[in-house]
Design a protein around this ligand. Structure first.
Ligand code: NAD
Length: 497
């Protein structure tokens, strides 16, 4: 019998009273490896009440102690790096090396959260008026909530709770129901690092649980990462209930290839950025825009891509793993068929892919299209699979116009040897994260993850200084100290000029 995952409420791992359980499956076999409960209304209430109570004590804990908790936590995460990656690989199907990368990018955020004291420094100005000083203080908000997607079950929860908690908040994590084992282990290690009861809670479930948290009067802020439709729903509902919300949503990322770029670098980077993690990355490159003569490289790209082989996470020769679910696979296969029907040229078709020994895996082989137009579903929809579409334009200007016309704005990159082209591209392109000869330009945690347009709803982004602003309030104190000089002209009844 697969085990039912406990929930973390008020510092205790508790068995849920939920009648409904969600099956967590190994995407390479469909074997049920765990069951996740759908948290009951009472459990959600208990978690929020505990988080609210814990907040009153936690916000008084000195910032240096909060920082030390993060230091211990990042140390434990490093110690358990392989173990976490194994759990993660088993439930996502990611290759072991890629699973380690997922965990590592999260560890870096916990490491960053250990710098919380300097991140929370306010500002001061002396003598804003005669003998009057003003200082700003950064204070935590209260109960914050995180709703995370399936595709980075370590990195994305770690984008959120270490920084929110280091700021002095308490946090309720509702991880993806498709891979909740990794987040549970992350939370166990957080308790082991010394987190007091109630500072972090983990509730499981799906839509109903998210909706209950979004409208709860004691929840102050919501961080969401996931698909566009759900992101819009979370942003609308959360803000309608007067909460602070940041919602990171879907994407369609273009890589623009100039004819002067080093061909081998371009092809190798395109393979990794489009098919790595089976294309299930919000920063994956899903559109390659070939400028001018670089279009001649597409045939060679197809040849190299055909050599990529998906496989089980324990197979060290596998380039990537299965898709997360049979439904995700069916969606990708539908888009591939639609692409063919709409007249795109399919140079490489991965829809019949099989992997020996794993007949039930959600496999999709590398897939490449040419002659794609902006009207096709292949171009308009986020595919979230190992499918790359190639487009051709004559000039850099046309490429920039194409990227800027996309409703999304998560990431983009330019490959070139020209400094002038690079400078123009990075300035003119309307996308929040730009790579110059870097295919997936995800910023490290001392910057912020700055998606734009339809890839992000809100104003303050994940991690870095922006996250500290998101998870805090600024209080401005203006002060004057009296000496014994007698009162001059009586009460002041006007605004001072
Ligand atoms: P998803 O939107 O299906 O699920 C995300 C979370 O929302 C899960 O915790 C889920 O339980 C919950 N949820 C699902 N349906 C809901 C509903 N109707 N109401 C309320 N909550 C609901 O996303 P996913 O499939 O897990 O993740 C893949 C998506 O996430 C892709 O679109 C990808 O681009 C996006 N993503 C974006 C970023 C980014 O930074 N922009 C990063 C990673 C993933």
């Amino acid at each position: 019998m697969p085990r039912t995952l406990p929930q973390l409420i008020d510092g205790q791992w508790q068995t849920s009273q939920a009648r409904e359980l969600i099956e967590v499956t190994d995407p390479a076999t469909q074997e049920v490896i765990a069951l996740a409960p759908k948290a009951t209304a009472e459990e959600i209430e208990a978690a929020v009440a505990s988080a609210q109570k814990a907040f009153l004590a936690w916000r008084e804990v000195p910032v240096s102690e909060r920082a030390r908790l993060m230091l211990r936590y990042q140390h434990l995460l490093k110690e358990h790096h392989d173990e976490l990656a194994e759990i993660l690989a088993a439930e996502t199907g990611k290759t072991f090396a890629d699973a380690k990368g997922d965990v590592w990018r999260g560890i870096e955020v916990a490491e960053h959260a250990a710098n919380i004291a300097s991140l929370m420094m306010g500002e001061t100005v002396e003598n804003v008026a005669r003998e009057i000083d003003t200082a700003s203080w950064i204070q935590p908000l209260g109960v914050c909530v995180g709703i995370t997607p399936f595709n980075f079950p370590a990195m994305i929860p770690l984008w959120m709770f270490p920084l929110a908690i280091a700021c002095g908040n308490t946090f309720i994590l509702k991880p993806s129901e498709q891979d909740p084992m990794t987040p549970n282990r992350l939370a166990e290690l957080f308790l082991e690092a010394g987190a007091p009861a109630g500072v972090l809670q983990v509730l499981h479930g799906g839509r109903e649980q998210v909706d209950a948290l979004l409208v709860h009067p004691q929840v102050r802020a919501v961080s969401f990462v996931g698909s566009v439709t759900v992101g819009q729903h979370v942003y609308r509902t959360g803000t309608q209930h007067l909460k602070r919300v940041q919602a990171f949503a879907g994407a369609k990322n273009h890589m623009v290839i100039m004819p002067d770029a080093p061909k081998d670098q371009v092809l190798s980077n395109l393979l990794g950025a489009s098919c790595g993690a089976a294309g299930q990355r919000c920063m994956a490159i899903s559109v390659a825009v070939f400028v001018g003569e670089s279009k001649q490289w597409i045939d060679e790209l197809a040849k190299q891509m055909a050599a990529l082989r998906p496989g089980h996470w324990q197979d060290s020769g596998a380039a990537y793993g299965p898709l997360i679910s049979p439904q995700a696979r069916q969606r990708v296969l539908r888009l591939i068929e639609q692409g063919k029907a709409e007249g795109a040229e399919c140079l490489l078709d991965g829809s019949q892919c099989t992997v020996e020994g794993y007949p039930n895996g959600n496999w999709v082989g590398p897939t490449l299209f040419r002659g794609v137009t902006t009207k096709m579903g292949l171009y308009r929809e986020e595919i979230f699979g190992p499918v790359l579409v190639c487009m051709q334009v004559d000039t850099l200007e046309e490429a920039i116009a194409l990227v800027n016309a996309s409703p999304y704005g998560n990431g983009t990159s330019l490959f070139t040897r020209s400094g002038g082209a690079a400078r123009h591209f990075q300035h003119a392109v309307e996308v929040g994260q730009v790579g110059i000869n870097v295919p997936i330009p995800v910023p490290l945690p001392f910057f912020s993850f700055t998606g734009w347009k339809g890839s992000f709803y809100g104003d303050l982004h994940a991690y870095g200084k922006q996250a500290v602003r998101f998870y805090t309030e600024t209080k401005t104190v203006t002060s004057r100290w009296f000496d014994d000089t007698p009162l001059g002209e009586g009460p002041n009844m006007t605004i001072q000029l």
